[in-house]
Design a protein around this ligand. Structure first.
Ligand SMILES: C[S@@+](CC[C@H](N)C(=O)[O-])C[C@H]1O[C@@H](n2cnc3c(N)ncnc32)[C@H](O)[C@@H]1O
Length: 414
C-alpha cells in the first residue's frame, strides 16, 4: 500500500525513520523532517518519492548514488551529518550512563580513502565488471567513479578489471579485490576465489601475473599468498616505514588515522612506558615510541612481523618490543604490563572486554581507547569508570565518509 509519511529521525544504520502507529518504518536515503511517499513492505520504504525535502538535503556527488550500497548519506549537508555522528556516540555512551565532553566530529575530505574492496563478476556480455554491492542485495553495481576513494585507486579500475579476469576462471568464484594505495604503489589481495578444485590453473595464474605487471601493481596476492611482487608495499607510521603484510589491517583514511594518532600521542605525553594493544602493524606504535618505550601486542603474527621490520627504520624512537598474542583469550595481565603508565587500545568491533578488565590492576594513569564501534567502546568504558577512571573526552572521527560508521578516540585518566 502506498503511504505518505514524515521522517522524524535517523536510525543507527543511516536510514530515515517514520514513526507510525504500526511501528517504525525505515526509509533509506531520506532525512529528518522530510515528507515521503512510497510502498511500505515489512517496515521498509524503498525508493521513497520525496514530496517535501529537508533544507539539509544537498545534491549527491557520486554518479552511482542510490544504486551503489555505499555512501548512503551523501545527500546530507555536512554540518547536520557530522552532528548526527557525534550524537550516535553520545547515545552509545548514555546507554551505559556515561557523560563526558564529546568533541565535534573530525571530518575527512572526499578522495582520501586508500583502501577499497572491489567485487568482480562477469557481466551478461562476458565483460568483467568491478563494483560494490547494491543496498541490501548481492547485486553488483558497476562502479566507474568513487568520490570517496583516493584518485589513484579510481584511475586503476580498468587495469584492475583485467587483473580480476583471471580470478573468474571457476564459475563458483566471486572474487573481491582488496586494493590499498601504498608508498610504493597499489597492493592487491584477492579473496573469494574457489579453491576446492585445486585453485587457479597455471594458465590463469600467469594471466593474473601478467595483468598485475601491466597494471604496475606493487604486489598481487591470493588470500595472503603472494603471486607477484614488483615492489614491497610500504606505509609510513610516524617516523617509521613498515612493509605491509598481504591483506593486513590498515586504517582506511590517512587523514582519519592522523587525527586519531595525534590524540593518542598528546594523551600519553610524559609517560615512561606505553602499551599499544591491538597494535596491528604499528600505526600507533611508532608515533607513540617518539614519547616513550612501547610494548606492542596483536593477534596477527603477520602484523607483528611487519611491525618488527619497521623497528629502526626512522629516527627519534625509543625501544619497541612486540608480541603476537590473542588478547581475547590471553589478555596481558598487570604483571605483563608492569612499568606501563599509559595504555592505548584499538580493538576490532567486538571491543576488548577481557583486556580492559586487566587494566585497573595495572599502574596505568592514562588509557586511550580507539574504537570503530561506539557500543562496545561504551561497554568497555563502563569497566574502567567503575574501577575509578574518568572518561575525560571523546573525539568522534568520520573515517568512513557518508556511511553510518563512526570511529572515536576516548581518553581516560585516574
Ligand atoms: C582496528 S584494528 C587496529 C590495528 C592498529 N591499531 C591500527 O591502527 O592499524 C584491530 C586489530 O585487532 C587485532 N585483533 C583482532 N582480534 C584479536 C585478538 N583476539 N587478539 C589480539 N588482537 C586481535 C587485529 O589483528 C587488528 O590488528
Amino acid at each position: 500500500m502506498t503511504e505518505t509519511l514524515t521522517i522524524s529521525r535517523m536510525g543507527g544504520q543511516g536510514d530515515g525513520i517514520a514513526d507510525t502507529p504500526a511501528g517504525p518504518v525505515f526509509a533509506p536515503l531520506t532525512l529528518p523532517g522530510e515528507t515521503v511517499r512510497g510502498e511500505v513492505r515489512d517496515g521498509r520504504l524503498e525508493a521513497a518519492e520525496i514530496l517535501a525535502a529537508s533544507p539539509d538535503r544537498i545534491a549527491p556527488v557520486s554518479p552511482h548514488y542510490g544504486d551503489c550500497g555505499g555512501c548512503s548519506l551523501q545527500h546530507w549537508a555536512s554540518g547536520p551529518y557530522l552532528d548526527w555522528k557525534r550524537e550516535q556516540v553520545r547515545q552509545a555512551l548514555a546507554r551505559e550512563r556515561i557523560e563526558t565532553e564529546i568533541e565535534a566530529t573530525v571530518a575527512v575530505p572526499p578522495g582520501t580513502r586508500r583502501r577499497l574492496a572491489l567485487h568482480a563478476r562477469r557481466g551478461e556480455d562476458g565483460r568483467v565488471v568491478l563494483g560494490f554491492k547494491a543496498r541490501k542485495s548481492w547485486r553488483l553495481v558497476e562502479v566507474t567513479a568513487c568520490p570517496v576513494a583516493d584518485p589513484r585507486l579510481v584511475a586503476a579500475f580498468p587495469a584492475l578489471a583485467r587483473v580480476a579476469e583471471a580470478f573468474l576462471e571457476h564459475p563458483k568464484s566471486a572474487p573481491t579485490l582488496h586494493v590499498t594505495a601504498t608508498l610504493t604503489g597499489l597492493d592487491v589481495d584477492v579473496t573469494g576465489v574457489e579453491r576446492r578444485s585445486g585453485g587457479l590453473s597455471g594458465d590463469a595464474r600467469m594471466r593474473a601475473i601478467e595483468a598485475a605487471a601491466a597494471a604496475e601493481l606493487a604486489r598481487l596476492s591470493l588470500a595472503g599468498d603472494v603471486l607477484m611482487m614488483e615492489r614491497l608495499p610500504k606505509v609510513a607510521f610516524g617516523p617509521a616505514t613498515v612493509p605491509l603484510p598481504p591483506g593486513g589491517f590498515l586504517q582506511a583514511v590517512p587523514e582519519a588515522e592522523a587525527a586519531m594518532v595525534a590524540r593518542a600521542v598528546a594523551a600519553v605525553r610524559g609517560a615512561k612506558k606505553i602499551a599499544d594493544l591491538f597494535c596491528g602493524a604499528g600505526t600507533f606504535t611508532f608515533p607513540l615510541a617518539t614519547v616513550a618505550p612501547v610494548l606492542a601486542a596483536d593477534g596477527s603474527a603477520a602484523g607483528i612481523a611487519a611491525l618488527k621490520a619497521g623497528i629502526g627504520t626512522g629516527p627519534g624512537m625509543k625501544a619497541i618490543t612486540a608480541e603476537a598474542r590473542d588478547l581475547f583469550r590471553r589478555p596481558l595481565a598487570p604483571f605483563d604490563l608492569r612499568g606501563c603508565d599509559a595504555v592505548v587500545l584499538d580493538p576490532p568491533r567486538a571491543g576488548a572486554l577481557e583486556q580492559t578488565r586487566q587494566l585497573p590492576g595495572t599502574k596505568a594513569a592514562v588509557v586511550v581507547g580507539v574504537s570503530c564501534n561506539p557500543v562496545t567502546f561504551a561497554r568497555d568504558a563502563r569497566v574502567l569508570i567503575d574501577a575509578g577512571f574518568r572518561l575525560e573526552r571523546v573525539t568522534p572521527v568520520d573515517q568512513f565518509l557518508w556511511s553510518a560508521h563512526v570511529e572515536l578516540v576516548g581518553v581516560f585518566r585516574r
